[in-house]
Structures are given as C-alpha cells and as structure tokens.
Design a protein around this ligand. Sequence first.
Ligand SMILES: [Zn+2]
Length: 355
Amino acid sequence: MVLSEAVLADPVALTRALCDIPSVSWNEAEICDAVEAALKPLGHLTTERVGNTLIARTELGRDKRVMLAGHLDTVPVNDNFPTRTEGDVMWGLGTSDMKSGTALALWIAATVTDPKFDLSFAFYDCEEIEAEHNGLNKLAKTRPELLAADFAILLEPTYGLVEAGCQGTMRARVTLRGKRAHSARSWKGENAIHRAAPVLERLNAYEAREVEVNGCAYHEGLNAVFIDGGVAGNVIPDECRVEVNYRFAPDRDEAAAEAHVREVFDGFEVEITDSAPSCRPGLDRPEAAEFVAAAGGEFRAKLGWTDVARFATLGIPAVNFGPGDPNLAHKQDERVEIPRILSCADALRAYVEAP
Ligand SMILES: [Zn+2]
C-alpha cells in the first residue's frame, strides 16, 4: 500500500488508509514499510528504522524538541476489518486505538516542514502485547537518544482531551507464615490464613491519597487483588499470600512507592513482584502549557498506565491526546468520530506551526 501525497495531506483519509493496512501485533512490517516510504523521501526529515519501529526527526536547530508518538499495531481482527464510513463515523479495527492518533502524527510529519519546535516522531510496533516486545520500550532501553525530547505527546485515544502523566503501578506480595498441623489437633499448629487478618484490616482502613501535581488530581489506590493459601480440608495452613496492587500518583517514583508499601505493611514479609513507573504531567513546562492551550485549555489526570511512562523513565514529561474514545478501544464496534479527528488535527497543527 502506497500512501499518496493526497492521502498524507488529509488526516481522515490517512486514518482510513492506516486502518486498512492489517497490522495485528507481530505483523507490522507492511504498515511500517508504508510509513517509511512516505517519510524517507521528505527533505525536512531524517529517518531511522529499527525493526518495525520508525523514527523520523527534523534537525532545524530549534531550542526545544517535541515528540509525537503512536503505535502501529492493533489487537486481533474481530469481524471489523477493513473500515467502513457512515456519515461522520468511521468504523473498524484501529480507528480508536490508535490509528486515528497515529495518522495525526504521520500527517504532521509529512506536511509541517517548518515547525516551531524540532519534531520527532515514533511509529512503533508491538504495543498491544507483553511489554518486553513493545517497540518504544525496546528503544528506550537500547537507543534512548532516538527518543530524546523536551516534551512528548502520545496519541492514544482520549476523545480529544489532554490526559496528563499517568499513575504508576506496583504489585507486592505479603506472605504470612504459620505451622502445619492436623485440624483435629489445631492447637499444635499456627494458622497462616488467620494471620492475614491484620493485613486485610490495614487495607480496609487505608485512606488513599488524592494528590495534585501541576493542577492534575490523581487518586491513588491500594488494594488486595489476590489472596491464596491452604493445603487441604483437614490441615492447618502454614502459608497465606495476599497480593496487593498499589496505583501511585506521579509525585512518587517507584522507590518511593516501594517504601510506602513497605511502611504500610511494616512488620510483615513483603516482596515487590512487579512495578511500572508513574509519569509526571509536566504541565509546568512552557511547551506543555502551550499544547494544553492549543488543545482547548482543558486537561485531566491520566489514572491508568500508558506508554507515556516510558518517556518518564527518560526524564521527558508526556501527555496522552488522541481523537479516539478510550471506551471503544479493543471492542468489536470500535469507531472514531470524523469531526474529532479534525479538531485534534487543528489543535496539533496550531501547536507545532510557527505563528
Ligand atoms: Zn493503544
């Protein structure tokens, strides 16, 4: 599939064209080829391809650099390929998550030759599967210089609202130990499941913080998500495990989050089993504040975890902003409203174009 100049100049046609190139995770070669073929000949960009991730950059010597990023893959087809358009709505796989957003990054890359900031673009693969395969995650570890920027916009679906930063997430296992015995002579044992009671009491009494960072209100949460223990119906159990998930605001990094979890469960055996960092909204930076203004002035905190945190690990504040409705992501009836593609396009263009 060749993305013609006419298609590259029209964010709606470009959304449709990208959606109509099949690109379920692990099968991004064709779509990455198309993006590379569209951008490589352009004189205002340098491109570098790493696997099925394409990086394009302007080198204009501006004092600030802004990154626009979008993944190229989709979840598996669910009787929703290719697209169809009815009135103002485009239906089909990837329309919301996130080819309408990726199309806007590609449209800016192809058509804005004299931007106010230097621009970088990342079109990456394998976002919808395990993090170890994620193209952006791999680049952040192996080629961080390709992602360098002062501010990043990830064009994931937010229904046209700026969703700033993201909360971090950490899982911890609290292990309670006891002594096995026959339940007929239970006084000879120590019941590990009963020992979970004070852990659950602490969780039940826990008051989650509500934190404001750069005007964004984040609401934390600390919750048991699994509990297991027990040996047999006639045995006093010698072990019980409570798994806890902590969603933490971006004023805490992973070390501070871990310290907090350990403090809450002081006196218990605690093991951190998984963790992903938070991302500061960074709205105190002028280039971020200008973007919020261009997008209509409204913003809110992102409570879920997204790839913006990969920028955070590189010290780059980032926001989510895209035309798709996040509630439609991964659904059979995925769709995007065409007027919302156009209003997001206007906001991005106003932001990156020199006055
Ligand atoms: Zn997505």
